[in-house]
Design a protein around this ligand. Structure first.
Ligand code: NAG
Length: 379
């Protein structure tokens, strides 16, 4: 199975390159790209919520998983899909769309959280105000539970839902980074997952706390806002962690259907504080910034060897056609290389797992929603 996609890729590569003109890569001025951190901005509200709600661990959430994952038949290296049973259907629902993906390999270098192999996926609610939910997938247990993201409020104390697209997520220690299209990155605190009451309200409802019938909520902790003109012009569509640089770094990119303004930016990250590496105060300055011009880029991952980063881009094509993988290595004067048809339809945010050598993503379209890994060494 691992060889087949590569042959297909080689056979279709020329056609792919002919139909999807890949522009020459341009290096942009990283020093002009800054983010301003509201680090721990929600601590006062969180301290109040700590006093009224029960905190649970990631293991508690996994132990209470209420949905089995299901087998998916595809040609990926590893794959599964969401629950579908009488009265419940994450495979086909149009109320929620899966987008971001991160794993316990991002969270900790050893690849596990509290001893567990975990995949997290973000979903945005469509046509309602429920905001964003995160699937906590227990990989070995083949089961998952969906948990709601919330913004804490000091008044009450209470919380409300997070109405963003959540196109990409990245888990680092106990912090969950979630991109917020026009507004940088929101950071949530997975050391403070709260258990709430059953009920279809949101926040404090009388003497109870509810979250649209989700059992657990993860509160926001901080926020990185665009701090310069170019950062303001950027669309924060997806994010991943590169643990092969020193220090660790994050890579974020901008989706565009034609490739116009498709740019990718990198920031160093601070392992001791779990925040971005700050230059002055809580301001972070980008270390790399490129224009790629790749159409429909939905995710990016990077693996760095001898100081040169190899980029892997997850790209959707038409809803009916399988997506493409595009690669490019820093310092190369060659255009990015496209491997057509090796992804699912509607592939999304990327995340690399060095323990398995796999690049993980998911498909967003109702009716075809694999969660899957492809071997990075095949490309
Ligand atoms: C893609 O770029 C074009 C040209 O700049 C712009 O009109 C369009 O709104 C962009 N699409 C998105 C999703 O940002």
């Amino acid at each position: 199975m691992t060889r087949l996609p590569k042959f297909l890729a080689l056979a279709t590569m020329v056609a792919g390159m002919a139909t999807n003109a890949l522009a020459a890569v341009k290096e942009l001025n990283a020093a002009e790209f800054t983010l301003n951190g509201k680090v721990g901005y929600y601590e006062p509200a969180l301290k109040k919520l700590d006093g009224v709600l029960t905190k649970v661990t990631v293991s508690d959430v996994l132990a209470s998983a209420n949905h089995p994952t299901k087998a998916y038949s595809g040609d990926f290296n590893t794959q599964f899909t969401w629950d579908k049973q009488s009265g419940y259907d994450d495979q086909n629902t149009k109320s929620w769309y899966p987008q971001g993906l991160t794993t316990s390999s991002d969270a900790y270098d050893k690849g596990t959280v509290e001893g567990k192999d975990v995949i997290l996926a973000s979903w945005y609610s469509k046509g309602s105000s429920k905001g964003v939910r995160i699937s906590f997938i227990d990989v070995a247990g083949k089961k998952y539970r969906n948990v709601l993201l919330v913004v804490p409020e000091e008044e009450g104390p209470s919380f409300h839902s997070v109405k963003i697209h959540a196109g990409g997520i990245m888990w680092y220690g106990d912090k969950l980074y979630v991109v917020d299209t026009a507004n940088g990155i929101r950071i949530f605190d997975t050391s403070r997952i709260y258990e709430v009451d059953v009920g279809d309200g949101i926040g404090k409802v009388g003497s109870k706390y509810q979250a649209y019938n989700y059992k657990y909520v993860i509160p926001q902790w901080g926020h990185y806002l665009p701090g310069s003109k170019v950062a303001d012009s950027f669309k924060y569509s997806f994010i991943s962690l590169d643990r092969t640089t020193t220090p660790d770094s994050i890579v974020m990119g901008q989706y565009n259907e034609t490739g116009a303004n498709n740019r990718v930016v990198r920031f160093d990250i601070d392992a001791s504080t779990r925040t971005l590496k700050h230059t002055t105060g809580t301001t972070a300055v980008a270390t790399k910034f490129y224009y790629f011009g790749v159409e429909k880029m939905q995710g990016a991952a990077s693996i760095t060897v001898n100081g040169k980063s190899k980029y892997f881009f997850s790209c959707s094509r038409t809803a009916a056609n399988r997506g493409a993988l595009v690669t490019w290595t820093e310092g190369s004067t060659a255009d990015p290389r496209e491997y057509s048809g090796v992804m699912s339809t509607g592939p999304e945010d990327f995340s690399y797992r060095k323990q398995t050598g796999e690049l993980w993503t998911l498909g967003e379209h109702p009716g075809n929603r694999p969660v899957y890994g492809i071997k990075a060494s095949d490309y």
